[in-house]
Design a protein around this ligand. Structure first.
Ligand SMILES: NC(=O)C1=CN([C@@H]2O[C@H](COP(=O)(O)OP(=O)(O)OC[C@H]3O[C@@H](n4cnc5c(N)ncnc54)[C@H](OP(=O)(O)O)[C@@H]3O)[C@@H](O)[C@H]2O)C=CC1
Ligand SMILES: CC[C@](O)(C(C)=O)C(=O)O
Length: 330
């Protein structure tokens, strides 16, 4: 089994300088607040007029321009959208990468695909939580954590690995366990996971199941509960105790259906498509497509976002969730 590292393996004292969190979105707010609660000296870097700056200030953090934050910091964590990192890095971060600083990322995309090429005088590391930022914060507040991957791309100080592990401890990762990887492995597996299983595969499966039931004349609300709402309840059991715990809890009828029908949904054709998608990631084809889409002003991305937001499952779900007494009303 690969070596996992926990709280006792990492030293928070290595975070004794100033940490600049560049970006204050899903990951940024979680890293900044968790590090602050872990005793680190945190500042935030954002662009003028950024909506996130209001939230960061309300949480008691000091906000600077990206350039000023990069200048003041010893440890710079880049938590901007992947597609804007290249430009912001070149114009506002790179000029302040003086000897001894750490440049860090939560995803290897820009380093692995050479969109960002750092100078040799700084440490370049990655600490990538394996979960959405809002859960990185929520679990930390609950005394728990989200597992994380860490990697060293460049070790100028001789301390890059220990500094990355200290950062992972500061955000709560070592409570759940952290695992060493490379920028390449994290980038390729993360893109594969989000395209094939966690986001792309899952949402396609949910929508296809919902559409099949609704087309056959069943009530959309019934289809919503069956194909979307119950997914979380089933996944919670899987995460708690593996596939076995889930199968122990479901009926024998469901378990038999799982064994006999599941492989007809994910069959040899599906696996062949998975291998094709992995190859597109490994060869840089997906990265090129994503970079060019963003450079041309996101026409396809915008159209797809709009079309997905208009799907019937979203309207049905919104109405049903509004009736759940435990969900906060907007
Ligand atoms: N989302 C997740 O849970 C995960 C993300 N990651 C990685 O973390 C990184 C950050 O992603 P994520 O948290 O989703 O990003 P978000 O889109 O949630 O947040 C981006 C932040 O950057 C700010 N921002 C946008 N453009 C600029 C700019 N030009 N200059 C300064 N600030 C800017 C935004 O401000 P404003 O909102 O005010 O415009 C916002 O605060 C990415 O590398 C991603 O791959 C890794 C693991 C999981
Ligand atoms: C599954 C999506 C993710 O990779 C994540 C939350 O880990 C992301 O980049 O947002």
């Amino acid at each position: 089994m690969a070596r996992m590292y926990y709280d006792a393996d990492a030293n928070l004292d290595l975070l004794n300088g100033t940490i600049a969190i560049i970006g204050y979105g899903s990951q940024g707010h979680a890293h900044a607040l968790n590090l602050k609660d872990s005793g680190a000296n945190v500042i935030v870097g954002l662009y003028p007029g950024s909506k996130s700056a209001i939230k960061a200030k309300e949480s008691g953090l000091t906000v600077y321009s990206v350039e000023e934050a990069a200048k003041r910091a010893d440890f710079i964590m880049v938590l901007l959208p992947d597609e804007v990192q290249k430009t912001v890095y070149k114009n506002e971060i790179e000029p302040h990468l003086t000897e001894g600083k750490v440049l860090a990322f939560a995803h290897g995309f820009n380093i692995h695909f050479a969109q960002v090429v750092p100078p040799s005088n700084v440490d370049v590391v990655m600490v990538a939580p394996k979960g959405p930022g809002h859960l990185v914060r929520r679990t930390y507040e609950q005394g728990e954590g989200v597992p994380a991957l860490f990697a060293v791309f460049q070790d100028a100080s001789g301390q890059a690995r220990d500094r990355a592990m200290a950062y992972a401890k500061g955000i709560g990762g070592t409570r759940a366990g952290i695992l060493e990887t490379t920028f390449r492995e994290e980038t390729e597996t993360d893109l594969f996971g989000e395209q094939v299983v966690l986001c792309g595969g899952l949402t396609a499966l949910i929508k296809a199941g919902f559409e099949t039931l609704v087309e056959a004349g069943y009530q959309p609300e019934v289809a919503y509960f069956e194909c979307l709402h119950e997914v979380k309840l089933i996944v919670d059991l899987i995460v708690e105790g593996g596939l076995a715990k889930m199968r122990d809890s479901i009926s024998n009828t469901a378990e038999y259906g799982d064994f006999t029908r599941g492989p007809r949904i994910v069959n040899d054709d599906t696996r062949a498509e998975m291998r094709k998608i992995l190859l597109e990631i490994q060869t840089g084809q997906f990265a090129r497509e994503f970079v060019l889409e963003n450079q041309s002003g996101k026409p396809g991305f915008t159209a797809m976002r709009r079309r997905e937001a208009e799907h019937q499952i979203e309207a049905v779900g919104k109405d049903l969730r509004a009736m759940f007494s435990w969900l906060k009303k907007a």
